[in-house]
Design a protein around this ligand. Structure first.
Ligand code: BG6
Length: 487
Protein backbone atom coordinates (compact mmCIF):
# COMPACT_ATOMS: atom_id res chain seq x y z
CA UNK A 1 0.00 0.00 0.00
CA UNK A 2 1.22 3.50 -0.82
CA UNK A 3 1.79 5.43 2.40
CA UNK A 4 -0.68 8.30 2.79
CA UNK A 5 1.26 9.80 5.66
CA UNK A 6 2.74 13.20 5.00
CA UNK A 7 5.31 13.97 7.71
CA UNK A 8 4.91 17.26 9.57
CA UNK A 9 7.76 19.70 10.17
CA UNK A 10 9.71 19.21 13.42
CA UNK A 11 8.03 21.00 16.32
CA UNK A 12 8.21 21.83 20.00
CA UNK A 13 4.86 21.10 21.61
CA UNK A 14 4.39 22.29 25.18
CA UNK A 15 1.58 20.45 26.91
CA UNK A 16 0.08 22.22 29.94
CA UNK A 17 -1.86 19.82 32.15
CA UNK A 18 0.43 17.02 30.97
CA UNK A 19 -0.37 14.69 33.87
CA UNK A 20 -4.14 15.21 33.59
CA UNK A 21 -6.83 12.83 32.44
CA UNK A 22 -7.28 14.14 28.89
CA UNK A 23 -3.52 14.23 28.29
CA UNK A 24 -3.14 10.62 29.38
CA UNK A 25 -6.25 9.27 27.66
CA UNK A 26 -6.16 11.14 24.38
CA UNK A 27 -3.43 13.67 23.67
CA UNK A 28 -0.31 11.65 24.47
CA UNK A 29 -1.52 8.35 22.93
CA UNK A 30 -2.54 10.31 19.80
CA UNK A 31 0.93 11.84 19.52
CA UNK A 32 2.42 8.39 19.99
CA UNK A 33 0.37 6.90 17.14
CA UNK A 34 1.33 9.72 14.77
CA UNK A 35 4.99 9.09 15.71
CA UNK A 36 4.56 5.36 15.23
CA UNK A 37 3.31 5.72 11.67
CA UNK A 38 6.08 8.14 10.79
CA UNK A 39 4.22 11.45 10.69
CA UNK A 40 6.20 12.88 13.59
CA UNK A 41 9.96 12.47 13.34
CA UNK A 42 12.59 12.10 16.02
CA UNK A 43 13.53 15.81 15.77
CA UNK A 44 10.24 16.88 17.39
CA UNK A 45 9.87 17.44 21.10
CA UNK A 46 6.95 17.22 23.49
CA UNK A 47 7.49 19.11 26.73
CA UNK A 48 5.09 18.26 29.51
CA UNK A 49 4.32 20.81 32.20
CA UNK A 50 2.06 20.82 35.24
CA UNK A 51 2.38 21.59 38.91
CA UNK A 52 3.57 18.04 39.68
CA UNK A 53 7.24 17.86 40.64
CA UNK A 54 8.23 15.19 38.15
CA UNK A 55 11.54 14.86 36.35
CA UNK A 56 12.02 13.76 32.75
CA UNK A 57 12.27 10.07 33.63
CA UNK A 58 9.14 10.26 35.78
CA UNK A 59 7.21 11.87 32.92
CA UNK A 60 8.51 9.28 30.47
CA UNK A 61 7.22 6.52 32.77
CA UNK A 62 3.86 8.22 33.11
CA UNK A 63 3.49 8.59 29.35
CA UNK A 64 4.59 5.00 28.65
CA UNK A 65 1.92 3.68 31.00
CA UNK A 66 -0.71 6.01 29.53
CA UNK A 67 0.06 4.64 26.06
CA UNK A 68 -0.13 1.04 27.28
CA UNK A 69 -3.47 1.76 28.97
CA UNK A 70 -5.15 4.06 26.46
CA UNK A 71 -3.34 3.51 23.14
CA UNK A 72 -5.00 1.67 20.27
CA UNK A 73 -5.19 -2.04 21.00
CA UNK A 74 -2.53 -4.03 19.18
CA UNK A 75 -0.56 -0.91 18.27
CA UNK A 76 1.46 -0.20 21.38
CA UNK A 77 4.72 -2.10 20.81
CA UNK A 78 7.32 -1.58 23.53
CA UNK A 79 10.10 -0.68 21.05
CA UNK A 80 7.94 2.09 19.62
CA UNK A 81 7.07 3.34 23.09
CA UNK A 82 10.76 3.39 24.03
CA UNK A 83 11.58 5.42 20.91
CA UNK A 84 8.67 7.81 21.46
CA UNK A 85 9.55 8.69 25.05
CA UNK A 86 12.92 9.99 23.79
CA UNK A 87 10.95 12.95 22.39
CA UNK A 88 9.68 13.87 25.84
CA UNK A 89 10.87 16.39 28.36
CA UNK A 90 9.24 17.82 31.45
CA UNK A 91 9.31 21.06 33.47
CA UNK A 92 7.16 21.77 36.51
CA UNK A 93 5.45 25.12 35.93
CA UNK A 94 3.21 27.11 38.23
CA UNK A 95 0.55 28.48 35.87
CA UNK A 96 -0.33 31.31 38.23
CA UNK A 97 3.09 32.00 39.74
CA UNK A 98 6.69 32.61 38.68
CA UNK A 99 8.12 29.11 39.01
CA UNK A 100 9.23 27.19 35.96
CA UNK A 101 8.73 29.71 33.15
CA UNK A 102 12.36 30.51 32.48
CA UNK A 103 13.28 26.81 32.59
CA UNK A 104 10.55 26.21 30.03
CA UNK A 105 11.81 29.01 27.82
CA UNK A 106 15.34 27.64 27.83
CA UNK A 107 14.12 24.30 26.44
CA UNK A 108 12.52 25.76 23.31
CA UNK A 109 14.35 25.93 19.99
CA UNK A 110 14.24 29.05 17.79
CA UNK A 111 13.69 27.52 14.37
CA UNK A 112 10.89 24.96 14.72
CA UNK A 113 7.09 25.22 14.92
CA UNK A 114 6.09 26.10 18.47
CA UNK A 115 2.70 25.04 19.88
CA UNK A 116 1.26 25.45 23.38
CA UNK A 117 -1.53 23.02 24.22
CA UNK A 118 -3.58 24.18 27.21
CA UNK A 119 -5.19 20.98 28.48
CA UNK A 120 -6.29 22.78 31.64
CA UNK A 121 -9.52 24.36 32.91
CA UNK A 122 -10.52 27.60 31.13
CA UNK A 123 -9.88 29.49 34.38
CA UNK A 124 -6.15 29.10 33.69
CA UNK A 125 -6.20 30.19 30.02
CA UNK A 126 -5.71 33.93 30.69
CA UNK A 127 -2.86 33.42 33.21
CA UNK A 128 -0.97 31.03 30.92
CA UNK A 129 -1.50 33.18 27.81
CA UNK A 130 -0.24 36.21 29.67
CA UNK A 131 2.93 34.45 30.91
CA UNK A 132 3.68 32.97 27.50
CA UNK A 133 3.65 36.48 26.17
CA UNK A 134 5.32 38.46 29.00
CA UNK A 135 8.14 35.90 29.37
CA UNK A 136 8.60 36.02 25.57
CA UNK A 137 8.08 32.29 25.29
CA UNK A 138 5.48 32.55 22.53
CA UNK A 139 6.61 33.98 19.20
CA UNK A 140 4.47 35.69 16.56
CA UNK A 141 4.16 32.35 14.78
CA UNK A 142 3.40 30.18 17.82
CA UNK A 143 0.10 28.36 18.10
CA UNK A 144 -2.02 28.08 21.21
CA UNK A 145 -4.51 25.21 21.54
CA UNK A 146 -7.46 25.40 23.91
CA UNK A 147 -9.60 22.58 25.19
CA UNK A 148 -13.32 22.79 25.76
CA UNK A 149 -15.27 24.01 27.65
CA UNK A 150 -14.61 27.41 26.12
CA UNK A 151 -16.52 29.37 28.73
CA UNK A 152 -19.75 28.72 30.54
CA UNK A 153 -21.89 31.31 28.79
CA UNK A 154 -21.53 34.19 26.34
CA UNK A 155 -20.02 36.61 28.86
CA UNK A 156 -17.33 34.18 30.01
CA UNK A 157 -16.50 33.17 26.40
CA UNK A 158 -16.16 36.85 25.46
CA UNK A 159 -13.88 37.42 28.45
CA UNK A 160 -11.70 34.45 27.44
CA UNK A 161 -11.53 35.63 23.85
CA UNK A 162 -10.42 39.09 24.83
CA UNK A 163 -7.86 37.73 27.32
CA UNK A 164 -6.37 35.55 24.55
CA UNK A 165 -6.49 38.24 21.89
CA UNK A 166 -4.46 40.53 24.14
CA UNK A 167 -1.52 38.19 23.42
CA UNK A 168 -2.32 36.17 20.29
CA UNK A 169 -3.78 36.81 16.84
CA UNK A 170 -6.93 34.86 15.96
CA UNK A 171 -4.80 33.04 13.37
CA UNK A 172 -2.72 31.59 16.22
CA UNK A 173 -5.66 30.35 18.33
CA UNK A 174 -6.93 26.77 17.93
CA UNK A 175 -10.15 26.10 19.90
CA UNK A 176 -10.79 22.36 19.94
CA UNK A 177 -14.13 20.70 19.38
CA UNK A 178 -13.01 17.12 18.94
CA UNK A 179 -16.19 16.27 16.97
CA UNK A 180 -14.73 18.23 14.07
CA UNK A 181 -11.79 15.82 13.98
CA UNK A 182 -13.98 12.75 13.53
CA UNK A 183 -13.59 11.10 10.16
CA UNK A 184 -17.28 11.03 9.26
CA UNK A 185 -17.84 14.63 10.22
CA UNK A 186 -15.40 15.60 7.51
CA UNK A 187 -16.98 13.06 5.24
CA UNK A 188 -20.19 15.01 5.56
CA UNK A 189 -18.47 17.88 3.78
CA UNK A 190 -17.03 15.53 1.15
CA UNK A 191 -20.44 13.95 0.61
CA UNK A 192 -22.18 17.29 0.22
CA UNK A 193 -19.59 19.23 -1.73
CA UNK A 194 -17.71 16.62 -3.76
CA UNK A 195 -20.79 14.88 -5.19
CA UNK A 196 -23.40 16.37 -7.47
CA UNK A 197 -26.14 13.97 -6.40
CA UNK A 198 -27.07 15.37 -3.01
CA UNK A 199 -26.65 19.13 -3.08
CA UNK A 200 -29.58 19.89 -5.43
CA UNK A 201 -31.86 18.04 -2.99
CA UNK A 202 -30.32 19.54 0.15
CA UNK A 203 -33.06 22.04 1.01
CA UNK A 204 -36.57 22.32 2.39
CA UNK A 205 -38.20 21.51 -0.94
CA UNK A 206 -36.84 17.98 -0.73
CA UNK A 207 -35.85 17.43 2.90
CA UNK A 208 -38.71 16.81 5.33
CA UNK A 209 -36.59 17.00 8.48
CA UNK A 210 -33.18 16.15 9.92
CA UNK A 211 -32.40 14.18 13.08
CA UNK A 212 -29.04 14.59 14.79
CA UNK A 213 -28.39 12.13 17.59
CA UNK A 214 -25.37 11.76 19.86
CA UNK A 215 -26.30 8.98 22.26
CA UNK A 216 -23.91 7.73 24.90
CA UNK A 217 -24.10 4.50 26.84
CA UNK A 218 -21.88 5.63 29.67
CA UNK A 219 -23.17 7.80 32.49
CA UNK A 220 -21.34 10.71 34.11
CA UNK A 221 -19.41 8.41 36.44
CA UNK A 222 -16.28 10.12 37.85
CA UNK A 223 -17.02 13.46 36.14
CA UNK A 224 -20.08 14.32 38.21
CA UNK A 225 -18.67 17.49 39.72
CA UNK A 226 -17.81 19.08 36.34
CA UNK A 227 -20.90 17.71 34.63
CA UNK A 228 -23.34 18.92 37.25
CA UNK A 229 -22.29 22.50 36.53
CA UNK A 230 -22.75 21.97 32.79
CA UNK A 231 -25.48 19.52 31.92
CA UNK A 232 -26.06 18.16 28.43
CA UNK A 233 -26.87 21.59 27.03
CA UNK A 234 -23.47 23.08 27.82
CA UNK A 235 -21.46 19.87 27.62
CA UNK A 236 -22.75 18.60 24.25
CA UNK A 237 -25.38 20.75 22.53
CA UNK A 238 -23.69 24.17 22.51
CA UNK A 239 -20.58 22.64 20.92
CA UNK A 240 -20.66 19.14 19.43
CA UNK A 241 -24.28 19.04 18.23
CA UNK A 242 -24.06 22.64 17.10
CA UNK A 243 -21.06 21.78 14.94
CA UNK A 244 -22.91 18.84 13.37
CA UNK A 245 -25.91 21.07 12.72
CA UNK A 246 -23.70 23.73 11.12
CA UNK A 247 -21.95 21.32 8.77
CA UNK A 248 -25.28 19.78 7.75
CA UNK A 249 -27.07 23.08 7.18
CA UNK A 250 -24.37 25.43 5.90
CA UNK A 251 -24.16 26.84 2.40
CA UNK A 252 -21.31 25.55 0.22
CA UNK A 253 -18.20 27.58 1.05
CA UNK A 254 -16.46 28.94 -2.04
CA UNK A 255 -13.37 26.96 -1.16
CA UNK A 256 -12.17 24.61 1.57
CA UNK A 257 -10.24 27.19 3.55
CA UNK A 258 -10.51 27.87 7.28
CA UNK A 259 -12.28 31.20 7.06
CA UNK A 260 -14.55 30.29 4.15
CA UNK A 261 -15.83 27.22 6.06
CA UNK A 262 -16.13 29.05 9.36
CA UNK A 263 -17.93 32.03 7.82
CA UNK A 264 -20.64 29.67 6.57
CA UNK A 265 -20.97 27.95 9.94
CA UNK A 266 -21.43 31.26 11.75
CA UNK A 267 -24.24 32.17 9.33
CA UNK A 268 -26.11 29.00 10.31
CA UNK A 269 -25.85 29.76 14.03
CA UNK A 270 -27.00 33.31 13.43
CA UNK A 271 -30.00 32.03 11.47
CA UNK A 272 -31.25 29.84 14.34
CA UNK A 273 -34.64 30.80 15.76
CA UNK A 274 -34.87 31.06 19.53
CA UNK A 275 -36.09 27.72 20.91
CA UNK A 276 -39.16 27.87 23.13
CA UNK A 277 -39.52 25.58 26.15
CA UNK A 278 -42.30 23.54 24.53
CA UNK A 279 -39.82 22.50 21.84
CA UNK A 280 -37.37 21.03 24.34
CA UNK A 281 -37.33 17.84 26.40
CA UNK A 282 -34.95 17.59 29.36
CA UNK A 283 -34.21 14.37 31.14
CA UNK A 284 -32.13 12.87 33.94
CA UNK A 285 -31.44 9.16 34.26
CA UNK A 286 -32.81 7.52 37.38
CA UNK A 287 -32.69 3.85 38.22
CA UNK A 288 -36.13 2.73 39.37
CA UNK A 289 -36.03 1.42 42.96
CA UNK A 290 -35.23 -2.27 42.96
CA UNK A 291 -35.18 -2.18 39.17
CA UNK A 292 -32.07 -2.08 37.05
CA UNK A 293 -28.62 -2.53 38.52
CA UNK A 294 -27.44 0.74 37.04
CA UNK A 295 -26.91 3.90 39.02
CA UNK A 296 -28.87 7.09 38.93
CA UNK A 297 -27.43 10.40 37.83
CA UNK A 298 -27.87 11.67 41.40
CA UNK A 299 -25.44 9.03 42.71
CA UNK A 300 -22.67 10.86 40.86
CA UNK A 301 -23.77 14.48 40.78
CA UNK A 302 -22.38 15.38 44.21
CA UNK A 303 -25.74 17.06 44.86
CA UNK A 304 -28.69 14.86 45.87
CA UNK A 305 -31.25 17.37 44.60
CA UNK A 306 -29.52 18.26 41.35
CA UNK A 307 -31.77 19.40 38.51
CA UNK A 308 -29.03 19.21 35.88
CA UNK A 309 -30.10 17.46 32.69
CA UNK A 310 -28.26 14.41 31.38
CA UNK A 311 -30.47 14.37 28.28
CA UNK A 312 -31.76 17.05 25.93
CA UNK A 313 -33.90 16.79 22.82
CA UNK A 314 -35.07 19.82 20.90
CA UNK A 315 -36.62 21.05 17.71
CA UNK A 316 -34.56 23.73 16.02
CA UNK A 317 -35.48 25.94 13.07
CA UNK A 318 -32.87 27.36 10.74
CA UNK A 319 -34.60 30.49 9.50
CA UNK A 320 -33.10 31.02 6.06
CA UNK A 321 -34.09 30.55 2.43
CA UNK A 322 -32.73 27.01 2.21
CA UNK A 323 -34.20 25.54 5.38
CA UNK A 324 -37.41 27.40 6.28
CA UNK A 325 -40.02 24.69 6.95
CA UNK A 326 -37.53 21.86 7.59
CA UNK A 327 -37.04 21.27 11.32
CA UNK A 328 -33.79 19.92 12.74
CA UNK A 329 -34.29 17.67 15.75
CA UNK A 330 -31.29 17.38 18.07
CA UNK A 331 -30.95 14.73 20.76
CA UNK A 332 -28.15 13.78 23.13
CA UNK A 333 -27.95 11.99 26.44
CA UNK A 334 -25.97 9.82 28.77
CA UNK A 335 -26.78 6.31 29.98
CA UNK A 336 -28.88 5.55 26.90
CA UNK A 337 -29.38 2.18 25.24
CA UNK A 338 -26.28 2.36 23.04
CA UNK A 339 -23.38 4.54 21.96
CA UNK A 340 -24.59 5.77 18.64
CA UNK A 341 -24.07 9.06 16.85
CA UNK A 342 -25.54 9.92 13.49
CA UNK A 343 -27.08 12.54 11.27
CA UNK A 344 -30.22 11.32 9.49
CA UNK A 345 -31.61 13.38 6.60
CA UNK A 346 -35.24 12.45 5.87
CA UNK A 347 -36.26 13.26 2.31
CA UNK A 348 -39.87 13.94 1.50
CA UNK A 349 -42.14 11.16 0.21
CA UNK A 350 -42.42 10.86 -3.58
CA UNK A 351 -45.18 13.24 -4.75
CA UNK A 352 -47.35 10.50 -6.27
CA UNK A 353 -47.63 6.74 -5.79
CA UNK A 354 -48.05 5.00 -9.14
CA UNK A 355 -48.23 1.57 -7.50
CA UNK A 356 -51.92 1.56 -6.71
CA UNK A 357 -52.58 -0.40 -3.54
CA UNK A 358 -48.89 -0.88 -2.76
CA UNK A 359 -47.85 0.53 0.57
CA UNK A 360 -44.33 1.37 1.64
CA UNK A 361 -43.59 4.26 -0.70
CA UNK A 362 -41.57 6.38 1.68
CA UNK A 363 -39.02 9.11 1.35
CA UNK A 364 -35.36 8.18 1.29
CA UNK A 365 -33.31 8.55 4.44
CA UNK A 366 -29.62 9.33 4.25
CA UNK A 367 -27.82 8.37 7.45
CA UNK A 368 -24.30 9.58 8.14
CA UNK A 369 -22.97 7.42 10.98
CA UNK A 370 -20.27 8.94 13.16
CA UNK A 371 -19.92 6.07 15.60
CA UNK A 372 -19.61 3.25 16.30
CA UNK A 373 -19.41 1.91 12.68
CA UNK A 374 -18.49 4.94 10.62
CA UNK A 375 -20.27 4.97 7.30
CA UNK A 376 -23.13 6.16 5.18
CA UNK A 377 -26.46 4.45 4.50
CA UNK A 378 -29.21 5.42 2.09
CA UNK A 379 -32.63 3.91 2.73
CA UNK A 380 -34.34 3.21 -0.57
CA UNK A 381 -37.65 1.70 -1.57
CA UNK A 382 -37.37 -1.39 -3.77
CA UNK A 383 -39.63 -4.12 -5.05
CA UNK A 384 -40.11 -6.88 -2.51
CA UNK A 385 -38.39 -9.75 -4.37
CA UNK A 386 -40.36 -12.74 -5.59
CA UNK A 387 -43.79 -13.39 -7.06
CA UNK A 388 -47.07 -11.98 -5.80
CA UNK A 389 -47.43 -8.71 -7.63
CA UNK A 390 -45.90 -5.36 -7.01
CA UNK A 391 -45.08 -5.22 -3.32
CA UNK A 392 -42.61 -2.67 -2.01
CA UNK A 393 -40.12 -2.82 0.79
CA UNK A 394 -37.16 -0.84 2.12
CA UNK A 395 -33.53 -1.75 1.67
CA UNK A 396 -30.33 0.09 2.52
CA UNK A 397 -27.51 1.07 0.22
CA UNK A 398 -24.85 0.70 2.83
CA UNK A 399 -21.26 1.83 2.92
CA UNK A 400 -19.40 1.00 6.10
CA UNK A 401 -16.00 2.59 5.64
CA UNK A 402 -14.10 -0.24 7.33
CA UNK A 403 -15.52 -2.68 4.73
CA UNK A 404 -15.49 -0.44 1.66
CA UNK A 405 -12.08 1.08 2.26
CA UNK A 406 -10.12 -1.59 4.16
CA UNK A 407 -6.79 -0.23 2.92
CA UNK A 408 -7.41 2.97 4.89
CA UNK A 409 -6.72 0.97 8.06
CA UNK A 410 -7.84 2.07 11.49
CA UNK A 411 -9.62 5.45 11.45
CA UNK A 412 -7.54 8.12 13.12
CA UNK A 413 -8.71 9.27 16.50
CA UNK A 414 -10.04 12.83 16.26
CA UNK A 415 -7.15 14.09 18.40
CA UNK A 416 -4.55 12.60 16.09
CA UNK A 417 -5.89 14.60 13.17
CA UNK A 418 -6.46 17.80 15.13
CA UNK A 419 -2.99 17.93 16.69
CA UNK A 420 -1.37 17.38 13.30
CA UNK A 421 -3.50 20.21 11.90
CA UNK A 422 -2.17 22.51 14.62
CA UNK A 423 1.39 21.70 13.60
CA UNK A 424 0.52 22.18 9.91
CA UNK A 425 -1.17 25.49 10.76
CA UNK A 426 -4.57 24.52 9.37
CA UNK A 427 -7.48 26.03 11.35
CA UNK A 428 -10.36 24.63 9.27
CA UNK A 429 -11.40 22.11 11.93
CA UNK A 430 -11.14 24.53 14.86
CA UNK A 431 -13.72 26.97 16.12
CA UNK A 432 -13.19 30.64 15.53
CA UNK A 433 -13.86 33.07 18.40
CA UNK A 434 -17.01 34.59 16.85
CA UNK A 435 -18.38 31.11 16.19
CA UNK A 436 -18.08 30.08 19.85
CA UNK A 437 -19.68 33.34 20.95
CA UNK A 438 -22.56 32.94 18.48
CA UNK A 439 -23.19 29.42 19.82
CA UNK A 440 -23.33 30.73 23.40
CA UNK A 441 -25.56 33.62 22.33
CA UNK A 442 -28.01 30.99 21.03
CA UNK A 443 -27.69 28.62 24.04
CA UNK A 444 -27.81 31.20 26.86
CA UNK A 445 -31.50 32.20 26.46
CA UNK A 446 -32.52 28.54 26.46
CA UNK A 447 -30.70 27.90 29.72
CA UNK A 448 -32.04 31.18 31.14
CA UNK A 449 -35.61 30.27 30.21
CA UNK A 450 -35.31 27.00 32.17
CA UNK A 451 -34.10 28.94 35.14
CA UNK A 452 -36.78 31.61 34.82
CA UNK A 453 -39.60 29.11 34.36
CA UNK A 454 -38.93 27.82 37.88
CA UNK A 455 -39.66 24.31 36.60
CA UNK A 456 -36.17 22.97 36.52
CA UNK A 457 -36.83 19.35 37.33
CA UNK A 458 -35.85 17.21 34.32
CA UNK A 459 -38.05 14.24 33.49
CA UNK A 460 -36.69 10.93 34.79
CA UNK A 461 -35.70 8.24 32.28
CA UNK A 462 -34.51 4.69 32.73
CA UNK A 463 -30.81 3.99 32.24
CA UNK A 464 -30.47 1.96 29.06
CA UNK A 465 -33.59 3.48 27.47
CA UNK A 466 -33.81 6.00 24.64
CA UNK A 467 -34.59 8.94 26.89
CA UNK A 468 -37.62 10.49 28.60
CA UNK A 469 -41.20 10.33 27.29
CA UNK A 470 -41.20 14.05 26.54
CA UNK A 471 -38.61 13.41 23.86
CA UNK A 472 -40.96 10.95 22.12
CA UNK A 473 -43.85 13.40 22.45
CA UNK A 474 -41.80 16.14 20.82
CA UNK A 475 -41.74 14.00 17.69
CA UNK A 476 -45.25 12.51 17.94
CA UNK A 477 -46.69 15.99 18.05
CA UNK A 478 -45.17 16.58 14.61
CA UNK A 479 -46.31 13.13 13.37
CA UNK A 480 -42.71 11.95 13.21
CA UNK A 481 -40.61 9.38 15.07
CA UNK A 482 -37.06 9.28 16.28
CA UNK A 483 -34.82 6.67 14.76
CA UNK A 484 -34.21 3.86 17.22
CA UNK A 485 -31.09 3.91 19.38
CA UNK A 486 -29.23 0.60 19.43
CA UNK A 487 -31.73 -1.18 17.18
C1 BG6 B 1 -16.97 15.44 25.60
C2 BG6 B 1 -17.98 15.58 26.70
O1 BG6 B 1 -16.71 16.69 25.01
O2 BG6 B 1 -17.45 14.54 24.60
C3 BG6 B 1 -18.29 14.22 27.31
O3 BG6 B 1 -17.48 16.45 27.71
C4 BG6 B 1 -18.70 13.24 26.23
O4 BG6 B 1 -19.32 14.34 28.29
C5 BG6 B 1 -17.69 13.23 25.08
O5 BG6 B 1 -18.76 11.95 26.83
C6 BG6 B 1 -18.21 12.39 23.92
O6 BG6 B 1 -17.19 12.22 22.98
P1 BG6 B 1 -17.12 10.93 22.04
O7 BG6 B 1 -16.01 11.22 21.10
O8 BG6 B 1 -16.86 9.77 22.95
O9 BG6 B 1 -18.45 10.82 21.39
Amino acid sequence: MVSRVIPVDPFDLVLFGATGDLARRKILPSLFHRFQIGQIDAQSRIIGTSRSQLDRAGFQDLVASAIREFGQAGETGEDDIAAFVQLLDYVPVDAKGDAGWSALKSLLRPDVVRAFYLSVGPGLFPAIASRLSSCEIATADSRVVLEKPFGHDLASAQALNSALRAHFQESQIYRIDHYLGKETVQNLMALRFANSLFEPLWNSTHVDHVQITVAEKIGVEGRGEYYDRSGAMRDMVQNHLMQLLCLTAMEPPSRFTPNAVRDEKVKVIEALEPVSLDNIARGQYRASPGGTKQDSYLDHAGNPTSTTESFVAMKVEVANWRWAGTPFYLRTGKCLRARESEIAVYFRDPPHNIFAGATGVHGNVLVIRLQPDEGITLRTTIKDPGPGGMRLTSANLDMTFADSLPEAGRPQDAYERLIMDVIRGNQTLFMRGDEVEAAWAWADPIIASWEQSGDLAPQAYDPGSSGPDDSLLLMHRDHRRWRGIGT
